[in-house]
Write a new protein. Structure first.
Length: 246
């Protein structure tokens, strides 16, 4: 199932995402289960984190049942300005009643990056219940979208796009001249829900390509083929060039 949600403002977009997470985490609690989510990196998720810890929403989540993971990480220490963990700590973890043992960090300080990938895959397997095909299942994977169509650290023309055995892999990104560690497509596509959060005029071109242009099939984001639900949360600035027929 795939749905596109377009919002006039980023605050409305963040509120809609909070509503889904609040309800789904409560349903997981009612089932006596944990709610495992992978946070997105980059800047966009800030607006969601700020909403989650706002007085309007902070009491609506079942924080004790939530297990926080990351979709990807830059290979830097956790206090580095580029660290996805640092952004999440500053905007979410330090402002919500989340026990440290419920936060599962990709250790960007490890070298080589493969060591961080191996460590993180062990964390995944400790906390998540692998399904019958052995793939660990997240309740929710949150993603942003890069202007080149990348998701997590799955960049165009990189080998990680074809990884089918590992759940987590290290990937060298030539355009960034940097290593990253990322969830791979088998794990991302196994999630019960995938939310792609896209805001701002700067993303209107890539959004138009994704929704209007059939030739965009080779973009990493077009590899999303979830077993569960795929929801696009897009603000009106990023969505302004989506064709009416798309
Ligand atoms: C990262 C992210 C990456 C991000 C997109 C969008 O670590 O950078 O995982 O995939 O989601 O690049 O980034 P912005 O939200 O900053 O536009």
């Amino acid at each position: 199932m795939e749905r596109r949600h377009v919002f006039d403002s980023t605050s409305e977009l963040a509120a809609a995402v909070c509503g889904y997470i609040a309800r789904d985490s409560a349903q997981a609690k009612a089932r006596g289960q944990r709610y495992a989510l992978a946070l997105a990196g980059g800047a966009t998720p800030r607006l969601l984190h700020v909403a989650m810890v706002s007085s309007q929403w902070v009491k609506t989540f079942c924080w004790d049942e939530m297990e926080f993971f990351f979709g990807d990480e830059r290979m830097v220490p956790p206090d580095h300005r580029d660290s996805n963990y640092r952004m999440a700590y500053e905007t979410l973890f330090s402002r919500a009643p989340i026990a440290p043992e419920h936060i599962h960090r990709i250790k960007g300080e490890l070298t080589p990056a493969m060591d961080a990938a191996i460590d993180y895959e062990k964390q995944l397997n400790r906390v998540l219940t692998p399904l019958d095909d052995g793939v660990p299942q997240f309740d929710l994977v949150l993603l942003g979208l890069g202007s080149d169509g990348h998701i997590a650290s799955l960049f165009p023309d990189t080998d990680i796009l074809n990884e089918r055995k590992r759940w987590v892999a290290a990937t060298y990104v030539p355009k960034l001249e940097a290593w990253r560690v990322s969830l791979t497509l088998p794990v991302i596509n196994r999630a019960r829900k995938i939310f792609v959060l896209i805001t701002g005029e700067s993303k209107s071109d890539i959004v138009a390509s994704v929704f209007n242009d059939a030739s965009s099939a080779d973009l990493p984001v077009k590899r999303l083929a979830p077993h569960g639900e795929l929801h696009w949360f897009i603000d009106s600035k990023a969505a302004r060039r989506i064709a009416a027929t798309a």
